[in-house]
Write a protein that binds this ligand. Structure first.
Ligand code: ATP
Length: 269
């Protein structure tokens, strides 16, 4: 376990084209992409880069994907870590991982740091059960001090994702920290159809497949649910020994994904 990677570093791969819908979020992020591409140009103008950006939205709406796409569009390295990894870590380990990651990102600037599940470490201090979350608090403090310590020529943007912005420590939202919010919503009908198109691109579809109809029948599905649905449809086709994926496979897949979602809901409340 001690040899586990401290954080992951990816070459950019995703772009805005891989994301259907979320047009407002893309528009907001274009400014940051442009800055990351031409930092000197902006710095000469005296423009400062927004340091931290909070990506807010329900599970599976593409927060991680969107952060990756910002890196891809700007063609800069992407460093990521997840808040949930810090739970049950020894005191000091979380803070040192954060320090290392920021150091690497600075070295390779312009770059992006992505912190998934920020709420796992960024909960309001003192709100924990039983208190004494030393580790979590140290990790959070390290993130804050790293963000405060950026110098103007260091072109590093920190993007954090959460589906619980309401529980975040207010210290995280102060100016110079995560002071910008980008919201991702569950996709509306047209976006659902486009998401289905993206995730069935490599599938041989039968002529009877009507993705617009599938989109109409999947109100409330997230992008991740739709990706899952497309894959389940292909699996049903395989089980049917069919060389193409038919509409009935999409219908079966929809029922299966819906059942799964219902089961999860029953478990959690
Ligand atoms: P979580 O909160 O559960 O971490 P998330 O919001 O970070 O989820 P992602 O992990 O980015 O969501 O999304 C999961 C997958 O769902 C993506 O890798 C992508 O394949 C698909 N997906 C989600 N939204 C979209 C979208 N708008 N367009 C295309 N694919 C999408």
């Amino acid at each position: 376990k001690s040899k586990a990677k401290r954080f992951s570093r990816d070459e950019p791969g995703k772009t805005f084209k891989d994301i259907a819908g979320s047009d407002n979020a893309k528009k907001d992020l274009t400014e940051i992409v442009d800055y990351l591409k031409h930092p000197e140009f902006y710095q000469r103008l005296g423009a400062k880069l927004p340091r931290g950006l909070l990506m807010v939205g329900p599970p599976g709406t593409g927060k991680t994907l969107m952060a990756r796409a910002v890196a891809g569009e700007a063609d800069v390295p992407f460093f990521s870590i997840s808040g949930s990894e810090f739970i049950e870590m020894f005191v000091g380990v979380g803070a040192s991982r954060v320090r290392n990651m920021f150091e690497e990102a600075r070295k390779e600037s312009p770059s992006i740091i992505f912190i998934d599940e920020l709420d796992a470490i960024g909960r309001s201090r003192g709100a924990g059960v039983g208190g004494g979350h030393d580790e979590r608090e140290q990790t959070l403090n390290q993130i804050l001090s790293e963000m405060d310590g950026f110098s103007p020529h260091e072109t590093v943007v920190v993007i954090a994702a959460t589906n619980r912005p309401d529980v975040l420590d207010p210290a995280l939202l102060r100016p110079g920290r995560f002071d910008r919010k980008v919201t991702l919503d569950r996709p509306h009908k047209q976006a659902r159809e486009k998401i289905l198109e993206i995730h069935t691109k490599a599938m041989p579809l039968a002529d009877d497949v009507d993705l617009a109809a599938v989109a109409r029948r999947t109100v409330g599905f997230s992008g991740a649910d739709l990706e899952n649905l497309a894959n389940e449809a292909a699996l049903f086709a395989g089980r049917d020994d069919s060389k193409v994926v038919r509409m009935k496979h999409f219908d079966m897949a929809r029922d299966k994904v819906l059942m799964g979602a219902k089961r999860e809901q029953n478990l959690s409340d």
